[in-house]
Write a protein that binds this ligand. Structure first.
Ligand code: PLZ
Length: 443
């Protein structure tokens, strides 16, 4: 693999360096305090598995901008597609003067997503917008109102999606009131919930509650992340998703898989649903779809999407032509470089290294995930008591050594790894050594 930027970790200042520190001061005076940043260094360049900051430090990227830059942050084919499209037209609005790339992206998504039934696609800008629209479509198509989401869920920050998101701080607190007819059900969280280790039983419990508290004939949709992302990379027990999907099918409830974080080769398949052969009625996608350009999509059953009256779906920027060009290029890169297979190799390397850390330190209560979406849930040794302070300390220590690590989890105690799928083994191993030492020192 050729990269523009040398694929090495190299610190030339303390972090943050002087230029980043100066920008932080400007930022405080200009940018709303409500927007946080995990890392206090400012980016100048990024390529492959490396982010270069404005002080000249080269950091290893284990976050991909929250699972976005799977093909790298400046893949040459994506960059050329963006520049090529921008040189012709940056925007016309698909609702005014349509263009081919939107149609081509829809064709690609219809073919790539699970199931060989007739499908349609509609494009938007953000993950939250895709989720909002999936719910709109499900409600219109079923004529029902209620929507079920799950414990530990994350679906976005707009009003409807905030309501679907489980965690109060920082996402929801004091931002209400939230939309009505949203119901929350227990998820399958095998590590924390013994009942959740039997996927079929966990689904039966959720279904029983749905039937008692809502009634199937009032329920428009069930929305679920096949692996819960922000909630802590929670992989449901086998059988949970298929049982929910099957119940939804029998009861005319729209089963929506939110694959915004799990999609596009990240988990070692095109989509996380592929693992158990689950075929959602609708699937929401964003993040990895377009090599870093803002684009999102709802793809699903043609009868559901085509139930909406002409003009009922849209938005000024949805399916922007520059983003569509980037998506077509990024999808080619994923196919040509077999990034789904690479995701599995990356995951195995990560798990092998972190398994040793688990044995040596006792602070990893659960090591889980799939493909290049791996997390370590940190606990006080010998207990299952969440240790968010270890997660914070380990992420900070790794950053000080030049490795960007994200945390997540309902309890804030999860270290998550989402490296670009184009990262090389040497860089990956170097980053893992840094993380291993940071975890060992967190105790
Ligand atoms: N659905 C499953 O993971 C976004 C959010 C980070 P947007 N996750 C990262 C943050 O703190 O804002 C996400 C997701 C799932 C929906 C979304 C929302 O996607 O593109 O951020 O709107």
């Amino acid at each position: 693999m050729t990269t523009r930027i040398p694929q090495v970790r190299n610190l030339v200042t303390e972090l943050p360096g002087p230029r980043s520190a100066a920008l932080a001061a400007r930022r405080t005076a200009a940018v709303a305090a409500g927007v946080g940043s995990s890392v206090p260094v400012y980016a100048a360049d990024a390529d492959g598995g490396v982010i270069v900051d404005i002080d000249g430090n080269s950091l290893i990227d284990f976050g991909s901008g929250i699972a976005v830059t799977s093909v790298g942050a400046s893949d040459p084919a994506v960059a050329a597609a963006v520049a090529g499209q921008a040189a012709h037209f940056t925007h016309t609005c698909f609702m005014v003067t349509p263009y081919e790339s939107y149609v081509a992206v829809a064709e690609r998504l219809n073919a790539l997503t699970p199931g060989d039934h007739e499908k349609r696609t509609v494009l938007f800008n953000s993950g939250a917008e895709a989720v909002e629209n999936a719910i709109k479509i499900a409600r219109l198509a079923t004529g029902r109102d209620a929507v079920v989401a799950f414990d530990h869920a994350y679906h976005g920050r707009t009003n409807l999606t905030m309501g679907l998101t489980a965690k109060s701080m920082p996402y929801k607190k004091n931002f209400g009131p939230f939309a009505p007819e949203l119901y929350r059900m227990p998820a399958s969280y095998p590590y924390r919930d013994p009942a959740g280790t039997d996927g079929k039983q966990a689904a039966a419990d959720a279904i029983d509650r749905i039937e008692k508290q809502i009634g199937a004939d009032s329920l428009a949709a069930i929305i679920i992340e096949p692996i819960q992302g922000e909630g802590g990379f929670i992989v449901p027990a086998p059988g949970f998703l298929p049982a929910l999907a099957e119940w939804a099918r029998i009861n005319g409830v729209v089963f929506i898989a939110d694959e915004v974080q799990t999609g596009f080769a990240r988990t070692g398949d095109w989509f996380a649903c592929d693992d158990e052969g689950v075929v959602p009625d609708l699937i929401t996608m964003a993040k990895g779809i377009a090599g870093g350009m803002p684009l999102s999509a709802v793809t699903g059953r043609a009868d559901l999407l085509d139930a909406v009256h002409p003009g009922g779906l849209g938005g000024t920027y949805g399916g922007n032509p520059v983003a569509c060009a980037a998506a077509l290029a990024a999808l080619d890169v994923m196919e040509e470089r077999q990034l789904a297979r690479r995701a599995r190799e990356i995951g195995e390397r990560i798990v092998t290294r972190l398994r040793r850390v688990a044995d040596e330190t006792g602070i990893i209560g659960d090591l889980r995930g799939r493909g290049a979406m791996i997390a370590a849930e940190l606990v006080h040794p010998g207990t299952t008591e969440p240790a968010p302070e270890y997660a914070r300390a380990a992420a900070a220590a790794a950053l000080a050594e030049g490795v960007v690590i994200l945390t997540c989890g309902t309890y804030g105690n999860v270290i998550r790894l989402l490296p670009p799928l184009v990262i090389g083994d040497d860089l990956l191993d170097d980053g893992l050594e840094v993380l291993a030492a940071a975890l060992a020192n967190a105790l």
